[in-house]
Design a binder for this molecule. Structure first.
Ligand SMILES: Cc1cc2nc3c(=O)[nH]c(=O)nc-3n(C[C@H](O)[C@H](O)[C@H](O)COP(=O)(O)OP(=O)(O)OC[C@H]3O[C@@H](n4cnc5c(N)ncnc54)[C@H](O)[C@@H]3O)c2cc1C
Length: 226
């Protein structure tokens, strides 16, 4: 399907959102991703395909990619950044099971940097649907420039059951941070971020006795660290 670029929004630090209008309505569940194809000149070895979570929420109808554009960005990211309003990009999907089935459960969402994208989509959708947000969000970031912080804090203000802990480097999400959540055996842990972070937290959770069926992972392959 074709997506048409409608807006580019610089966010904190080197992150940006790209807002697209799909050629026809897409039904997706908050937390899912699309696979994008963007043909461009002087393509590097990483090619023209990328996975990006839909950081907008289903009620918003539009498709938003939120990503980091660094100085040494790939040719794909440079081409994305150079798109003009009304330019088009190809996408396939939606796909992915990093979604929540029952909002009545208790969740611990663990995000590393840009790994916040599926969580903001899920949390914003729950807020829109006036559903409980039974979530403890543990959000690690390199600096104080925390993506979607204002929006998240605003939602937490409205939903007393939704709690956020920020971990700004050198503070890390460690055993102590996770320990208080292991007593409730029904809690489901969702982890999203760069591969080393997802693997590290998964190991910590296993060491703390959390079973595999209560852990869901979203690997943002392509990023080395937060
Ligand atoms: C299901 C899923 C959902 C995802 N959702 C998102 C999302 O919402 N937002 C998001 O930003 N990303 C997301 N990602 C990751 C995304 O697909 C890209 O892999 C990531 O953004 C890196 O993009 P890039 O390859 O264009 O590299 P860049 O971001 O431009 O660079 C990233 C790093 O890779 C290094 N690098 C560049 N070229 C090479 C190379 N040829 N070989 C080795 N290293 C290199 C750079 O130096 C830099 O450190 C998701 C991935 C998956 C699988």
């Amino acid at each position: 399907m074709k997506l048409t670029l409608k807006a580019k929004k610089p966010l904190v630090s080197n992150t940006k959102s790209f807002v697209f209008k799909p050629e026809k309505n897409i039904n997706w569940t908050a937390g899912q991703y699309l696979i994008y194809s963007l043909s461009h000149k002087s393509q590097d070895l990483r090619g023209k395909m990328r996975f990006f979570t839909i950081s907008s929420s289903p009620f918003q109808k539009h498709i938003t990619i939120t990503t980091k554009i660094i100085k040494t960005a790939s040719s794909f990211k440079r081409a994305l950044d150079n798109l003009k309003i009304e330019d088009q990009i190809e996408a396939k999907g939606p796909d992915g099971d990093f979604v929540i089935d029952n909002p009545k459960k208790h969740f611990v969402f663990i995000a590393g940097g840009i790994g916040i994208t599926p969580f903001i989509s899920i949390i914003r959708q729950l807020n829109f649907e006036k559903k409980p947000i039974n979530v403890n969000l543990l959000y690690a970031n390199k600096t104080n420039a925390v993506l979607f912080k204002k929006e998240l804090d605003g939602i937490a203000w409205e939903h007393k059951e939704f709690k956020i802990n920020y971990y700004i480097s050198p503070k890390r999400i460690d055993e102590n941070a996770l320990a208080e959540f292991i007593k409730n055996k029904k809690t489901v842990f969702y982890i999203s971020g760069p591969d080393p972070m997802v693997d590290g937290i998964t190991k910590l959770l296993f060491d703390l006795g959390i079973s595999e069926e209560n852990i869901k992972q979203d690997y943002f392959s392509g990023y080395k660290k937060i």
